[in-house]
Design a protein around this ligand. Structure first.
Ligand SMILES: [Fe+2]
Length: 260
């Protein structure tokens, strides 16, 4: 979010896009069954001001689900904590890490914000939080939510600002005795890969996308491609797993039955 009435980068109506994303989620809920929460993978605001957090909070009010968030490089930890101090996932002090137990699996949110920088870093505290959370989760699958992905997207301008010290984190995840997924933001594109045993997934943005440009030395560019949300659902058959479905924001023609 930027200030009310402003456009991000003079072009992107992020407030209108968030309203559309929330309307999409609320409209889909009757079709989706038991969806427990929304996870915001960072960059709630553009400049980390209290005005932008207030705008974000106001826009999130109609969302029919509780939500959790990790900070991104455009966030400011102090202002984010002040805005959402009453949220059950917000720690009283320090980095904004959390753990949420869903029963058959658990999610861990890790704060990768290094204030003043665009790239991500996981502090010693973050590694320790991850180590302790994995021990509590035991032999169940885990989803690690971060703003900065460690996997590259193939867009050099974005990959330069990824999580830079993720190797130690991935080593911990490799040792976890159950499936592990990383779910990140930052790149504004739906990108999937796998590093060792860890499935790495980047969520599309609810607002503008980053242009897919695999050439080196090119600056990142925003593009107003369709926004989307990622629906994650735990399925037990044919084998227990978390499946994700990327759903475009907004309303579209249909649905119709498959009949002539
Ligand atoms: Fe970011």
């Amino acid at each position: 979010m930027v200030a009310p009435g402003a456009l991000a980068y003079g072009r992107s109506d992020t407030a209108g896009a968030l309203r559309r994303a929330i309307d999409t989620i609320n409209a889909k809920l009757p079709l989706l069954g038991k969806i427990q929460c929304v996870i915001v993978t960072g960059d709630l605001t553009d400049h980390g001001t209290s005005e932008e957090y207030a705008h974000f909070a106001e826009l999130m009010t109609p969302l029919a689900l509780p939500w959790l968030a990790v900070p991104g490089n455009h966030d400011a930890r102090g202002a984010m904590r002040a805005a959402f101090v009453a949220a059950p996932w917000m720690p009283e002090a320090g980095p904004i890490h959390w753990m949420r137990d869903f029963g058959p699996f658990a999610a861990i949110g890790l704060d990768t914000l290094r204030e003043g920088a665009h790239h991500g870093e996981l502090s010693r505290d973050g590694l320790e939080f991850l180590r302790a959370s994995l021990a509590r989760i035991g032999a169940r699958p885990v989803v690690v939510c971060t703003h900065h992905p460690w996997m590259h997207s193939g867009i050099p301008a974005m990959d330069a600002d990824n999580l830079r010290n993720g190797a130690e984190m991935i080593a911990l995840l490799e040792d976890h005795p159950a499936p592990v997924r990383m779910l990140s933001g930052h790149v504004h594109r739906a990108v999937t890969g796998q590093i060792g045993r860890v499935v790495c997934q980047i969520a599309p943005a609810t607002c503008h996308a980053v242009l897919t440009d695999h050439r080196a030395e090119e600056a990142p560019q925003l593009v107003l491609e369709p926004a989307a949300i990622t629906v994650c659902r735990w399925l037990e058959a044919p084998a227990p797993t978390l499946v994700t479905d990327v759903i475009p924001s907004g309303s579209h023609s249909g649905p119709w039955p498959f009949t002539d």
